[in-house]
Each structure stands twice: as structure tokens, then as C-alpha cells.
Design a protein around this ligand. Sequence first.
Ligand SMILES: [Zn+2]
Length: 400
Amino acid sequence: MPEGVYRRALKAKVEVIEGGVNDLLWDLAIHRYVLQRVIDALWELNKLPKRGQVHQLFYLMLRGYGFRAHIARNIYRTALALVKSAKKNGGRKPTIKKMSARVDYQDARVDLDNGVIKVIFRNKWYSLKLIHRREYIERFKYLRWKEIHVKYCNGVLYMSIIFEVKYAPYASRNVLALDINLKQIVAYEGASVRRYRTRFIDALSKKARAEELQKKYPKRWRYNNRILKRIKSLHEKARNIVIGWCRKFAKELIIKAKKHNYAITLEYLTSLHENTIKNGSAITWKLTMFAYGKLRDAVISKSIECNVPVVFINPRSTSSTCPRCSTKLVYNHRLGICLKCNFVSDRDKVGAMNIWFKVLKAYAGMPGSSPSAPPMKGEIRQRRRTRDERMKKVIKSIQI
Ligand SMILES: [Zn+2]
């Protein structure tokens, strides 16, 4: 991941402590209404106008509704972007359902010490109190904020404050390779293997239970409040398990990486390990992709915070070849066996080792950053065996 300026968001529920929640919602409702009006007007045009022309067309109208200059500008820009992308994709006219607004620094005051944000959309200032843990808010204290989004959704007001952070990863001494799997994550740094049990299976069982309920009441579940509530809560629990575990794991991992000056490697996943797909149902597949996405996001955001380098690699064929001699492995259930050099190991460990080697190879070609491979030891190096011993071992492992 290249160094540079990245964005991090502070997300929290908010409550209105000054200005009145009804007035604020009214402002947001008018915001939604005029945004839709601008979209409607743009949609009718055969040729989309340029930014300057859009300004001339809508600015005074928006100001007429009492919106501040920068908010008015954000409204027509958002409308133009939405219409543009909908037309480009051949989609339908965009309809704005959610009440939300973007505020730039001219129209907001951020006071993280007290957790109070002041915003103005039209002619009235509102004070909003962030509802979140103190430690979470403190983490953003010394960063520069860029923009604020206020959103009203399902009866709750939310705010996200976007900060800009400089990411300058350190030069790493070694690489920590991760093989990600629904059951466990295997980490390998050239010498030893560490396994972390995930909580994804717990989440999966909640999802499976929800699906069972849907099957049991194929028609009723959608209309029966009690069943619907139960299903929703199961999905929510599954989601919370995944997100909570990913954050905890990312934190632990990044602290460890930073302590030892390691870089972290993540598979750039387009398809997970073949066996997950083959044996898994649709929900397994969905949860796996969701879990991987959350894990990646958690690791990336924590890495940016701690300046830990992250390397993405293509996981192709990482579990099919021998990490020692690159021969194709023979698999007996989850156990990989190399008939040429006698290497025997389970699939996830093979994956993590191969990822580690792949990264080292990629690194070796780059100037200034070439963590040289530490001598093989422990799990990789094995005593050279005679041919007979080797065959015996292979046969033994096949019988497991
Ligand atoms: Zn081999």
C-alpha cells in the first residue's frame, strides 16, 4: 500500500444538545427535497452542463432556500455526480431516500475535547454531541478534519467526520504472512507458525439459524413481527461478532508487527480457497467474503494509524505448491504432501508459508527494501531422510 494521505472517519451517533432536533430534521428534509429537485432538472437535460453552468443554473435557487454557500455548492455537485454516474451506467433516475448532508469546514466547528460538533446548513447553528467511547474520540484528536456528514436513518442521527492522515510506513525488517480462512488465521514470519482461531464460525451459525427460520416459515417470516425481529437480531449478532473480532485481531496483529518492525501481508482476495467454495453453501460464501472485507478494512485502518507497511499479494496457487521446492503438492484431505522433498504440512500452513516466500521474492526486486530471508529453521527445515524413510513417512501420512 503506497504512502500518502489517506482518509479516516470518526463515526458516531449524535444527539442534538442545542438548536432543537426538529429544526435540524427540517433542515435535512429541505436538503433532501432540493437535492432531488436539482437531480430532476438535470435528468431532463439532453446534455449535462459543466460545473460552472450548473452553478449558474442552481446556485441562486439553492441560496433562495436559505442554504449556506458551500452547502449549496455541495448540493449541485452531488446532484451532478449522481446524474452523471446513473446516465453512464444506463441506470434509472436517482432517488434520494436518506436524509443526509455534507458540511465543509466553513460551516462546522469541531471540538473533540468535549465531543461537541457545531454545524449549520441554512441559518441556524446546531450543537451535536458525539455518543461514543472517550478513547475512540481521543484517537482523532490531533488529526486534521476535512468534512462532516450528518445522516438521519431509522430514527437515529449519525455523524461521520472525515480526517486526513499521513501514512508513512516504516521500512520493514521482515514480513508477517497471513493465510485467512473461515476457521483460523495462520501467521508465518519465516520461522514459526502461529494460529489464531477466528469467531467467524460462531457468526456463521447465527446466520444459519436465521436461514433455518426463513425456511421454516417461508411465507410468514416477512410479515410476522416476532419472527422478523428474531431473524434480524440473528443477522445483527453475526455481524457484530465478525466486526468485533476483526477489530480485536487487527489491533493485536498491528501492535505485534510494529514491535518487531514487520510488514503485514494480505491476500488480495477475489476468490477464497477453493475448498471453502466447494463445500460451502451460499451463506458460508457470503459470510466469508463479508468477514474477509471487514478483516482487511480493520487491518488497513489500524496500519494507517500505526504506519505499519501492508503488502497485498495475489493468493493464486499459494496452497497448491510445496513451499520448499515448488513441486505440486498431493493433498490427502487437508494435509499437503510433497512427493519430491518430503515436506508435509496442513493446507493453511502451506498457504501462509507460500505467501511469505512470494512476498520476499517480490520485495527482493525492489530497491531499499529487501528483508533477506532468515535461515530456515523449525517447521521448514527437516532432517534429510533416506529414500525409504521418506516413502514410509508419505505412506503413513496418507493413512491418517
Ligand atoms: Zn517439496
